[in-house]
Design a protein around this ligand. Sequence first.
Ligand SMILES: C[S@@+](CC[C@H](N)C(=O)[O-])C[C@H]1O[C@@H](n2cnc3c(N)ncnc32)[C@H](O)[C@@H]1O
Length: 262
Amino acid sequence: MVTTAQAKAKYDQLVDRYEDIFFYVADVGKDLVALADPAPGVRVLDVGAGRGAVARAALAKGCAVTAIDASPLMMRRLAEEHPEISASEGDLYRMEFADGSFDLVTAGFVLQVLDDPLAALTEFRRVLAPGGTVALSLERQSVGRLAWFQDLSVEFFAPGGAAEPKAAQPGPMTFDQLDALLVEAGFVDLTRETVELPKPLDGPDDLLAWMMPRGLAEMIAALPPERGAEFRRRFLEGARRMHDDGGIVLEFAATLHRAYYR
Ligand SMILES: C[S@@+](CC[C@H](N)C(=O)[O-])C[C@H]1O[C@@H](n2cnc3c(N)ncnc32)[C@H](O)[C@@H]1O
């Protein structure tokens, strides 16, 4: 969970690599816009737009697209790449748009990172015109066959390692929780779809190569050298077992949520 200030710092840093690391956001952005199905000319606000996965898809449909994000660097990049999109830095909890300014509000993979998703949805509703649509995507978190990696990460990277009891943490938002929040915020006629995004990899070395630029390299670098080498050895052992036991497939999935403000 991030505050607006934390989002600004975190996503500014990711501006160059964001859509390489999160390889699926562009496809899910198109799926989300397809679910909302806006007509050309519809006024769309893409909140937490990042590099514009959803905003670009709405633009391709001929919509009049506005985008906001806490990260000024993300917004600067989006404006450079797509001058037709009105992109600006902004706090999604206090948007500078008049009530009822948009026909469709989208937010791709945003609600799951927020401290106060209900306040966000209430603000989305405020800027929607009556009859307007909200369309959201949510990452479905499932450890699945990577449980060995999670255990290894706790052992090597959690403070106190596996010996220390884990602090109680709220789990990731579920699709039922997001639907309940939509209802609580006053949205009606909810629809939900699931998108499966499996990513098959060739073998243990590929899995390591895939994870290194996605944060693992920094985590290993923070360990003493012998411990880092031990982690790599154990990682490759675990990945080899996964490979021999049905192959290495990263099981990404998302849900798409659509609802209306009547
Ligand atoms: C996981 S990224 C999703 C980006 C994009 N929607 C996509 O589908 O690729 C979440 C985005 O929400 C933005 N964000 C988080 N908290 C925010 C806030 N309080 N106000 C505005 N943007 C925020 C982040 O800066 C980040 O770009």
